[in-house]
Design a protein around this ligand. Structure first.
Ligand code: NAD
Ligand code: ZN
Length: 606
């Protein structure tokens, strides 16, 4: 039930304001409906305008017959003659009420103590003192079984000793009521505590009802002011691009169709490309500028006709801006689409090559495609040739880019390379630290995949092999240098295959925060984070430390020491935003374990 009053005092008519092409209330309705959690979804309203709008969009609406002082009363009137077990209230002005929160508030009715529950609601941990002290934020305390003890606008509990480790939770206004509970509320008069604090749900406690609280830290945006609406319009856009695949249980996963392996196999490239050359259409070679003065290597690149060689720096993480620039250079210089794009280098160059090949055939800018399955047109033929191993970028379905608003991959069926050339000899000359940082990306992919809740036999088969190879390479002294190069190249491939069907985990979620705020490169960021993850991957962190010591690697220290409060908050938000990664690492209830406070503590150590 979505109670919807037309005349909100602070922002009149807000529910009918436009939110990315539809009225706010329609957005809320569709969001609730699309969770598939409910048998029916209704808007209950006092306004014919809202009623008609919902019907026009094919939704169900009910007109209230009476004046009501609050949303619960409006719902109670509507459900009085309906045959229902549980009714959930969704706020009309919260168009982003997410499936996860609603799922959590409903899940409590399937637990062992369900008989005792009259209604359920949500709480989210808060750790900012301003928010804890803010009377507009309602705090809640619970007993050992998460039943609410009290709600208040004061900070509860009061910490007598300021250093005591206490958690604060704010109340989120989403409820799931048993029908009797909401009908009682309708009939029973308000009492002292409710009148004093002006908190509706105190009425239930005052009449001895049991309110079960579930934790949900995912954010919600209420639309209370015109500024909120502007923010919501932006958020909706962001949400639409970053929605992970709905059906990710049986993913139909694209693979690289052609791959050649072996020391020296780079020289097969002319033969491979000859078959793909189209008339007057050049091959564009994007090459890491570390090779710029390496004539011996440059001479092996088969440039013919109007082919073009572009050197790119891998100094910084690849950006959507770089991709757009490259595409516009290529388009302005050549009338025909290129025969192909060849990326030669580490993860950075491979990702640039994948993204450029996509953007040559798709309109707009690269940032428009950051997310899952947003690419419409098949990419230009593209070839990946790694010169350093570990990222798995040569085999993955994504190209990770730093955009104006987020660091996120262009994840699509058109992203994987059409051809990969795996020549371990190209990795000769990688500096030791870099070899380690990129190699550890592979080790960490395996650890996160193998310890994740998404693991299946497909991922496991690749993950275990790659994990063992990493130990041989970085821990045991059993391989010659040249053997180790070949092994690491294949470990990278297998590690990439392993996460393709599962997901990465805690280290990546936190490392993305470091990259986004401080521009720290992926491999280094992973290592900075991983050493502090004993709680999540105890045995593997021990092994990791041994490998660091054995190879005498200096991992950057204290990178978070001088963060501003804003930066820290952003870092935590970026990390918490990687929901699929946390879910893989810790399961659906990850928010019980990972709180903003915990991440702050961890980041402070780095
Ligand atoms: P990189 O491409 O950033 O290169 C790291 C350094 O190694 C650079 O200075 C580069 O010049 C140098 N280098 C590369 N080959 C060399 C050689 N043969 N000799 C000497 N120096 C050489 O490193 P990376 O760790 O391979 O890639 C990191 C990037 O990969 C990040 O941007 C990350 O986001 C991305 N990534 C992508 C995926 C994916 O699936 N698409 C997965 C993981 C990481
Ligand atoms: Zn990685």
């Amino acid at each position: 039930m979505i109670p919807a009053r037309y005349g909100a005092s602070r922002f009149p008519g807000k529910l009918m304001k436009d939110l990315a092409g539809k009225p706010v209330i329609v957005r809320t309705y569709e969001a609730a409906k699309s969770t598939n959690l409910f048998d029916e979804v209704y808007v209950v309203t006092d306004s014919e305008v809202i009623f008609n709008e919902i019907e026009k969009h094919g939704g169900l609406a009910i007109m209230s017959q009476q004046e009501h002082s609050c949303g619960s009363d409006r719902i109670a009137e509507a459900v009085e003659n309906m045959d229902i077990d549980v009714v959930v209230n969704v706020q009309g002005d919260e168009p982003f009420t997410d499936r996860e929160s609603l799922e959590k508030v409903l899940a409590v009715f399937n637990q062992a103590d369900a008989d005792k529950i009259d209604l359920a609601s949500l709480m989210a941990e808060i750790d900012d003192w301003n928010e804890i002290n803010d009377p507009n934020t309602v705090k809640v305390i619970v007993d050992k079984d998460d039943f609410a003890l009290y709600f208040s606008r004061s900070p509860i509990p009061f910490p007598r000793d300021k250093n005591v480790d206490v958690k604060y939770y704010k109340h989120r206004g989403i409820y799931a009521f048993r029908k009797e509970a909401i009908m009682d509320f309708y009939r029973l008069p308000m009492r002292h505590l409710e009148a004093t604090e002006k908190i509706e749900c105190l009425r239930y406690l005052e009449y001895g009802k049991n309110i079960k609280m579930a934790v949900s830290n995912s954010g919600s945006v209420e639309i209370d002011t015109p500024e909120d609406l502007v923010k919501a319009n932006k958020m909706l856009k962001a949400k639409e691009v970053s929605k992970p695949p709905v059906n990710d249980k049986y993913r139909n996963f694209p693979m690289v169709p052609k791959v050649v392996y072996g020391p020296g196999c780079f020289d097969k490239l002319p033969t491979i490309l000859a078959k793909k050359r189209k008339e007057k259409a050049p091959f564009i070679f994007l090459v890491d500028d570390v090779f710029e003065n390496n004539n011996e290597f440059i001479n092996r690149i088969p440039l013919r006709f109007n082919d073009k060689l572009i050197f790119m720096s891998a100094e910084t993480e690849p950006t959507t801006y770089q991709v757009d620039e490259l595409v516009s250079t290529i388009k302005s210089e050549f009338v025909n689409l290129p025969s192909g794009i060849i990326g030669i280098g580490g993860g950075t160059l491979l990702d640039l090559a994948k993204a450029v090949s996509i953007m040559l055939t798709n309109p707009g800018g690269a940032a428009d495609y950051q997310g899952w399955d947003l690419v419409k047109n098949e990419a230009v033929y593209h070839v990946g040739i790694p010169t350093i191993s570990g990222t798995g970028a040569e085999v993955s379905r994504t190209t990770v880019l730093l955009g104006p608003e987020r660091k996120l991959g262009i994840n699509s069926d058109f992203t994987p390379f059409d051809q990969v050339v795996l020549d371990p000899d190209l990795c000769i000359g990688v500096p030791k630290d870099q070899w380690f940082f990129t190699g550890m990306d592979c080790f960490i992919h395996c650890v996160e995949s193998l310890n994740g809740t998404f693991l299946n036999a497909f991922s496991q088969s690749y993950g275990e092999k790659a994990y063992d190879m990493c130990l041989d390479i970085f821990l045991h002294d059993t391989l010659t240098e040249s053997e180790a190069r070949g092994q690491l190249m294949m470990a990278s491939w297998h590690g990439g295959m392993s996460i393709a069907y599962s997901q990465v985990g805690v280290a990546h979620a936190m490392s993305y925060g470091l990259s986004y705020v401080l521009g720290i490169k992926h491999g280094v960021g992973n290592c900075i984070v991983f050493q502090f993850l004993d709680e999540f991957y105890p045995e593997d962190v021990k092994i990791f430390r041994k490998m660091v010591e054995k190879h005498q690697i200096e991992i950057p220290q204290h990178v978070c020491a001088n963060l501003t409060e804003d930066q820290m908050e952003t870092m935590i938000s970026v990390s918490m935003g990687m929901v699929p990664l946390w879910e893989n690492a810790l399961g659906k209830d990850w928010e019980h374990v990972v709180t903003r406070k915990k991440l702050r503590n961890l980041y402070s150590k780095m």
